[in-house]
Write a protein that binds this ligand. Sequence first.
Ligand SMILES: [Zn+2]
Length: 322
Amino acid sequence: MIKATDNDTLQHDVDTLLASQLAQWPDAAARYRRLSSALIRTLTLRGGTFELIHLPDRAVSTCAPTDARSIARRPCFLCEANRPAEQTRLPLPDTGLEILVNPFPIYPKHLTLPSLEHEPQAYTQSLLERMLAISRRLREFTVFYNGPHSGASAPDHLHLQAVSPAALSQITPGNESDGIRMLKKRDGVRLYFQPGLTSRPVTASGTDIAKVAAMMTKALSLLPIRHGDTEPRVNMYATYCGQSEEAALTAILRDRHRPSCYGDDGVVFSPGAIDMGGRIVLPRKRDFDTLTPTQLQSMIDEVLLPEETFNRFILDCISHPL
Ligand SMILES: [Zn+2]
């Protein structure tokens, strides 16, 4: 397991990678430049403020077909053999992953962390531990996982992503005074949810990352798995609080991959972890200009786990030993 040390240079190495990629890779550099002047506006829902960002460059990901047949037909863009010649890698020893600069950024620092092997997108307790360990080393980043039916545009190749600055309005690990609802407190790990937030995030937090990952894995095992899926539908986020030295793993529980209005005649919106976390990526100007709080609320409600199933899960978390 990778460890954080006082002389850890990973954060510095990532900044060096970003700078050198932007100097050597004109396509990626142009997209990072366009990101810096992207249009942004905010919509306030009952459960928090969401930031809309208009990014035409993200159409490639938002509109990517993710059905098994289309995936099987295209070369995997996360496998080293198919990557652009300009893309270089930063090794991440002992994790089975490596670090790449994401050439289609949503934040000024946006990384993709693919597995060294071409293997399906799926979480394990070990992957969650690695997410937490990486977020402890990359303190200014949020490290996240999109489930294969919850926003991943490469469901055939295991990968994480990381973004900075890590200010996702729906991902703010809380305390008892913040209106959180405690589900379990054991062995230095707290499991709670935040009923006041639109995305109803569920968080496990503590200083021992192995215990945090174990608590979250056990909690998620209480969720139903849809026919044909291999795991519950989730977006997950690892963050680290330097002050309390607590690592937090937050899950947003999902149902649909895309809202029913998705498409040319509706809204081009394919929510992944960043969208559910509070930054809504809209590649089409018309959607950016016209989206209302009511429409956004209804699209989010549609892709979240239905309230009844969510409430049953919450009761199960309380009654189950975990
Ligand atoms: Zn691959």
